[in-house]
Design a protein around this ligand. Structure first.
Ligand code: PLP
Length: 434
């Protein structure tokens, strides 16, 4: 055995070595085939090895792969920013490109704080967020994340941002039922703002559909409308973290469109390049940028690789591919099909407590005592990739997973996915949960 040098998620654990990817499949160096039921980390929206993307990447690489954003702009980055303003709602006209969803969160936070500073309003620098949320891994982004497991080692250095409960109807934090609950989870935001003081708060951040920290939790009707009106009432910016949900994943180009609510700032990542190269974005409205434009003009953030031309060209090609192949609508239709089949599967096993989500972002939450990791490992052995999520009353339980194949998956491939998933359930019913 050669010694290890690469720090992997679990040091000392065996991971298969990938050989190549094609469409919705990945292959390891031993020749085993995996159906990518989670698009990696809900990232590979259009599948692996798409020739149009490789061509765009090659073309840009031959022109130039890197420029320093304080010295040059590039056609690729300019075109991508224009595209972003075209595909987002309303006046979300300003894009800041970064390299990861985490950085997009950090940038959103800084933009929100700077927005008020440039208006001459001092002290509005706190960001509110929800429990059962994940916005990124750096100290700033983790401070905003209500993910107890990812926070626990760093609690002493984190800001105390998560302040309200998630809209988690399956295990309602208020033990109420919709609609008689009167959206107590949304009203909690107003109570938190009153308690903390709006004069200290720059923004509220939320994932439209909660991903890894909940397992595709979709809020009830009226929730985001209420959130938006509370934010407006107290002059607090609303940041929608669409890192996981953006670019067609939920059957709309952006998930907030399901509720017809336009945020002040949107963060994107993952599917933006379908994982071909790293790229993420913070997209802000005219309202957010105007005071900066009329003031210092300098957004105090940025990275060496920000607005990287190679990644920008890839992202543009990916978005055009999504548009040209009608993948947003396809995600909605395919999601309906998968959801129907998963409800059938739920009725055939005692292990699934809840099936939820929108489009091709689907969550399974298991009944108490059933570990998601057992299913995920069994499925992987059988050649199906799933994505883990925490859930449960405390938001810490290993009890949910995400099913989110590439938007390009065919109906035949979805049937194969369902067959593999059913086999994985049968296997754990035979061996673990008899
Ligand atoms: N926001 C959401 C909703 C996410 O799901 C993630 C990653 O899973 C992030 C932010 C952080 O993105 P990244 O891992 O690219 O830093």
């Amino acid at each position: 055995m050669e010694r290890e040098h690469l720090i992997k998620p679990l040091i000392g654990t065996h991971y298969p070595t990938v050989s190549h990817g094609q469409g919705i499949y990945l292959f390891d160096t031993k020749g085993k085939r995996y159906l990518d039921g989670s698009s990696g980390a809900i990232t590979v929206g259009i599948g692996h090895g798409v020739p149009e993307i490789l061509e765009a990447m090659n073309k840009q690489a031959q022109q130039v792969s890197f420029v320093y954003r304080s010295q040059f702009t590039s056609d690729a980055a300019e075109k991508l920013a224009k595209k972003m303003s075209e595909i987002t709602q309303g006046d979300l006209n300003w894009s800041f490109f970064v390299n990861s969803g985490t950085e997009a969160t950090e940038t959103a936070m800084k933009l929100a704080i700077q927005h008020y500073q440039e208006k001459g309003i001092k002290g509005k620098n706190k960001i509110l967020s929800r429990w059962m949320s994940y916005h990124g891994i750096t100290i700033g982004a983790l401070s905003m994340s209500g993910h107890p497991l990812r926070r626990q080692r760093f609690v002493s250095v984190l800001e105390d941002y998560p302040s309200v409960s998630a809209p988690y109807c399956y295990r309602c934090p208020f033990d109420r039922a919709y609609p008689s609950c009167n959206l107590a989870c949304a009203s909690e935001l107003e109570a938190a703002i009153e308690r903390i003081g709006a004069e200290h708060i720059a923004a509220f951040i939320a994932e439209p559909i909660i991903g890894a920290a909940g397992g595709a939790i979709v809020p009830p009707q009226g929730y985001y409308q209420r959130i938006q009106s509370i934010c407006k009432k107290y002059d607090i910016l609303f940041i929608a973290d669409e890192v996981m949900t953006g670019l067609g994943r939920t059957g709309k180009m952006f998930a907030m469109e399901h509720w017809d609510v336009q945020p002040d700032i949107v963060t994107l990542g993952k599917g933006m390049t379908s994982g071909y190269t790293p790229m993420a974005a913070t997209v802000a409205s005219d309202k957010v940028i105007e005071p900066i434009l009329n003031g210092s003009k300098l957004v105090m953030s940025g990275h060496t690789f920000s607005a990287n031309p190679l990644s920008a060209a890839v992202s543009l090609a990916v978005i055009e591919y999504v548009e040209q192949h009608g993948l947003v609508q396809a995600a909605a239709q395919k999601g309906d099909y998968l959801m129907k089949k998963l409800h059938e599967l739920q009725s055939q096993t005692q292990l699934i407590g809840d099936v939820r989500g929108k489009g091709l972002l689907i969550g399974l939450e298991f009944v108490e005592g059933v570990k998601a990791s057992t299913l995920i490992q069994t499925a992987m052995k059988q050649g199906l990739l799933l994505y883990p999520a925490v859930a449960g009353k405390t938001g810490k339980d290993d009890s949910a997973c995400l099913l989110a194949p590439p938007l390009t998956i065919t109906y035949e491939e979805m049937d194969e996915l369902l067959l593999l998933l059913t086999e994985a359930f049968r296997e754990i019913e035979r061996t673990t949960y008899k």
